[in-house]
Ligand binder design. Structure first.
Ligand code: P6P
Length: 308
């Protein structure tokens, strides 16, 4: 966590000055996701990898920006370190050029292969339930590090003048209900019947319920963080052209789901917890819904119609 805190301060500094020193824009490369890589994406990826590689803690790192995992040798050139890190170094990076909040998402597991042996892909393809820690950093109006080690969720705000993190949000609990929904409705023509029925429910107002507010930043970390504190639901469903959904299971959905569960919230792939999915590929995508517990349950009830 100290290594992640140090990398956060470096990335935060670069994100804040990006517009001044030509760190904005695309580098003209395409990553494994087929997405145009932003200069800050690569800077953040390099920073987290370099910072975490030199601390005798992780034996391997998998990143959204890297085709495969990176094996990290300990100083004695053995693979004696016992944790692996999976990371989305700069999520929502398409928002960078327009000064909208972006974030980093990370997930930490104990390796499953013997200490000292070479790290392998099976150390990374673990169920989300095996996570020992998970968190995100949001580079917004303030920079916050929010994480869990399985004993609740705490939020730390970076004091930029002193370079220290202050426990500003102890023991975060997500409201069980909310009145905000976050989804890219531009894809509605490609959603399932159940999903569109749920969206109609969100917009309906009657004696029992006011219409929900639509709040969608286009940055998972920003939308999740707001819904975590105020209540609400984030939805990225499968669709006719995102048949598996868009979000990556290992370094976006699982860490966010672990935090949601630890904060008393809900999370789902539409049928059940993403934390129970047996991963098969490093960059696999899944449909992902997370937010206030009762909102996720209501969504799952609407999605049952899609099983027929
Ligand atoms: P769309 C960013 O690329 C991201 O992975 C999430 O942070 C965000 O919620 C989503 O994709 C935005 O996707 O299709 O609405 O632009």
């Amino acid at each position: 966590m100290n290594g992640i805190g140090l990398a956060t301060k470096i990335v935060n500094h670069e994100v804040n000055k990006a517009g001044l020193v030509d760190l904005i824009g695309e580098v003209g490369e395409i990553n494994v996701q087929g997405e145009a890589q932003q200069k800050l994406d690569l800077m953040a990826n390099h920073t987290f990898i370099e910072t975490l590689s030199k601390r005798e803690i992780v034996c391997g790192i998998a990143s959204e920006e890297e085709d495969s995992f990176i094996s990290i040798n300990s100083f004695d050139m053995q693979n004696k370190n016992k944790y692996v890190l999976l990371i989305d170094p700069l999520d929502g990076s398409s928002n960078i050029d327009v000064n909208v909040s972006v974030g980093t998402i990370f997930s930490i597991y104990r390796r499953v292969t013997p200490i000292g042996s070479p790290v392998t892909i099976e150390d990374f393809l673990q169920k989300g339930r095996n996570q020992v820690a998970a968190g995100y950093i949001i580079y917004g109006s303030s920079t916050m590090l929010v994480f869990t080690t399985g004993k609740g969720v705490n939020g730390f705000t970076l004091n930029q003048a002193l370079g220290t993190f202050y426990l500003s949000h102890p023991n975060i609990k997500q409201p069980e209900d909310g009145a905000m929904y976050s989804i890219n409705e531009g894809n509605a023509d490609f959603f399932t019947t159940g999903l569109n029925n749920y969206l109609r429910y969100c917009k309906a107002g009657d004696d029992d319920k006011m219409p929900y507010k639509a709040r969608y930043v286009g940055s998972l970390v920003a939308d999740f963080h707001r819904n975590l504190l105020k209540g609400g639901i984030y939805l990225y469903p499968k669709s006719a052209f995102d048949r598996q959904g868009k979000l990556r299971l290992l370094y976006e959905c699982n860490p966010i789901a672990f935090i949601a569960e630890q904060a008393g919230g809900g999370e789902s792939d539409g049928k059940g917890s993403v934390l129970d999915i047996e991963p098969t590929e490093l960059h696999q995508r899944v449909p992902f819904f997370t937010g206030s517990k009762n909102m996720v349950k209501k969504l799952e009830s609407f999605l049952k119609i899609d099983d027929n």
